[in-house]
Design a binder for this molecule. Sequence first.
Ligand code: F6R
Length: 604
Amino acid sequence: MCGIIGHVGNGDAIDTLLTGLENLEYRGYDSAGVAVQNGSGIEIQKRSGRVSELKASIEDRPLRGRVGIGHTRWSTHGPPTDENAHPHTDSTEDVAVVHNGIIENYAELKERLSARGHEFTSDTDTEVIPHLIQQYVDEGYGNEAAFRRAVEELEGSYAIAVMLSGEHTLYAARQGSPLVVGVEGEEFFLASDVPAFLEYTDTVAYLEDGDVAIVDPDGVEFTDLEGDSVDRDLETVDWDPEQTGKGEYDHFMLKEIDEQPTSLAQTIEGRIDPERGAIDLEGFEPGTFEDVSSVQLIACGTSYHAALYGSLVLNAAGVSARALLANEYSVCAPPVDEETLVIAVSQSGETADTLSALRQATEEGARTLTVTNVVGSTAARQADDSVLIRAGPEIGVAATKTFSSQAVVLELLAHRLTRDVVGETPYDLESYLPALARLPQQVDDVLEESDAERIARHYRDHESYFFIGRGLGYPVALEGALKFKEITYEHAEGFASGELKHGPLALVTPKTPVFAIFTGQEDERTLKNAEEASTRGAPVVAICPDGHRATEIADAHLEIPDTEPELAGLLANVQLQLVSYHAADLLGRPIDKPRNLAKSVTVE
Ligand code: F6R
């Protein structure tokens, strides 16, 4: 949510900043801006709208400088106007700031600064930061001391990058929002997320909460807020810049849907051995979880659907597990103790609601584990343990390949957990492991043969879209509906299939297609529910293997290969991803950047 980029080096900063902003646009796309040191001071261009519009305006009025900062915004305080776009400055324009997160005490700071004559021109919380720094400079503090003094007063969550006029230095600080430094020879980069500068370097150091980084042409210095040096190791990230580009695709979403055979193969690589009948999740030896008595899975959005999927597998195998919305955790968390394992499921590992729930669980004494896609993410570092889903970078705002990898990792974890807790595995390993090994190829088959585009076209003029499933089909129904509404802007709802008759059936008409997911778990009952909708005139689209009984009553069929019930939902989900994608494409929606949304939601 919101993207920050910074550059210090010998080359021109503008290209790096604009490339960085384009790479980061998935984090926010309401407005964008850059600031550079141009020899005589700070020069800024910023505007509402996409990075492409900013780029066009810079082509008309070029900017130059070797040091600069840039920002792409997802609005929290104030609408997406030119004035509210970052960078923000003080009245003299000697201090420029880009910021992600929320300054909770901004109103109080603004009042204090206004009383001292500072004039504010935006509705943002961010604008208090440059004014506060300038205030301390005016009081005689040096630039660095003024920066530190101002940061000390900020309450809330932030990643900030600051430039002061006349200096080839960037000052950065992190509290609750990610920031990473990239190093390539004498070029230095600063960003909220590695893909921002992956074209230039894969050597990075992550800032921790409470860190300050001072970047100038001589290098990077990491300190705490008081100025004491802290060690932050340089690491190499193994993401390939090509992975973060769109390649020949029109949209990241379709590219990422199509990447699932590869991402799933990466997820399971070295972790399963069908011949030995073994599941081996690195770092989780037998007995790791023998003290666990119950499990809570916390997550938001698509990750919550994966968490629900994982909880159902655990419950079916006799381990008490609950999936909970992280944003509700502060008001609904069941009690925890040291025998409770709390699993945070988060693609980005930066979702503020999930981090806050994870913190709460830790404070209350639970054992914690994070399932994430991002090495070094806050959630991975905050939890006692972490497991990577290895799906590769996901740029499209709608999560796709990461859902399937999350669900598979949770199934692998469920094996270790249930073995340790109840002495059994949830699966018949003789059939489950070969089926899991086949999953990437089966996803490939679905992608090759899917009829989703035709079905999306056929049903595009309907009123509402319902998705139903039972057992492991239920989280898939929820996910199918979330994906559909998120990128088409059409009304869509997911239901447990048996729940239809308890109310939602009142909405069912010939204008409400019902997508029914059959996973092999109690399919006869789901079929009955689908028939109830069909009787009321709703077109039914059955997602099931060829020859399944549901195809006899359904108006349309999306085929999935035969597999184990624990995996069938993941194949059905790929069909539903394609339906949503094609429906949104036919409606001409901005698929990778749906309105009002952003990839990583770093505010609560
Ligand atoms: C929907 C989507 C969101 C995220 C949610 C959690 O397509 O992407 O619902 O799943 O914001 O994000 P992470 O997984 O990064 O914690």
